[in-house]
Design a protein around this ligand. Structure first.
Ligand code: HEC
Ligand code: HEC
Ligand code: HEC
Length: 126
């Protein structure tokens, strides 16, 4: 009796893992723009929250639902809360993560940029 050895060769699939240049956000990122008007007035961009970036670093339970309700657009966030250590400020306090002084790191979404695979917290015209 002869044993047959079936050798299956899987050729390495070199998929394009890098994000296309034009996309400023990753899949699953959430744009927080309930406060669009106030942000325009203050001259800052909408907030692009890198959800995935955070998800790989923390258990869901860390944020949901003690800090954030599990629903896009449902969270009422503003800068006084953040500066007082609430919401994003629970971590962005200079201890767990950098302080909320670097406006542009969070306010990085220019309305009108090519919409990538991004979930919008709230649709804003213009
Ligand atoms: C850690 C992330 C983060 C940083 C850093 C940050 N913000 Fe915000 N900011 C937010 C989020 C989230 C909201 C709520 C956005 C929404 O829901 O529309 C917000 C809302 C705002 C608003 C509208 C609401 C309000 O409080 O008046 C203004 C204005 C604003 N930010 C200005 C700033 C300025 C100026 C800086 C830098 C000194 C800054 N932000 C830094 C996350 C951040
Ligand atoms: C660092 C905090 C943080 C962590 C950790 C986190 N999330 Fe979130 N999540 C958010 C924020 C902020 C929002 C946006 C809420 C809003 O738009 O008001 C959100 C929104 C969501 C939503 C709503 C999206 C929608 O379309 O309604 C789901 C679902 C969700 N998260 C699931 C998860 C799961 C599953 C995990 C763990 C694998 C996780 N999150 C970890 C902060 C976090
Ligand atoms: C549970 C803790 C936690 C919460 C809550 C949290 N963050 Fe973060 N965030 C982090 C940590 C940790 C980092 C990485 C800091 C570093 O690299 O030094 C980070 C990094 C970031 C970055 C930079 C991502 C990158 O590519 O380098 C952005 C933007 C950001 N957070 C926005 C937000 C916004 C907006 C909120 C609120 C909606 C928020 N974060 C809430 C912990 C948190």
């Amino acid at each position: 009796m002869k044993f047959k050895f079936l050798i299956v060769l899987f050729l390495g699939l070199f998929t394009l893992l890098s994000m296309p240049e034009f996309s400023r956000a990753e899949y699953g990122d959430i744009i927080l723009n309930r406060k669009a008007e106030s942000m325009r007035k203050a001259g800052v961009n909408d907030v692009m929250f890198p959800h995935w970036f955070h998800r790989i670093r923390f258990k869901c339970k860390v944020c949901h639902e003690d800090i954030f309700i599990l629903k896009a657009g449902a969270n009422d966030i503003n800068m006084s809360l953040i500066m007082n250590g609430e919401k994003c400020g629970k971590c962005h306090n200079g201890i767990i993560a950098w302080e909320p002084l670097y406006c542009d790191r969070c306010h990085s979404w220019e309305p009108g940029w090519l919409p990538g695979p991004v979930q919008h917290s709230k649709k804003v015209s213009k």
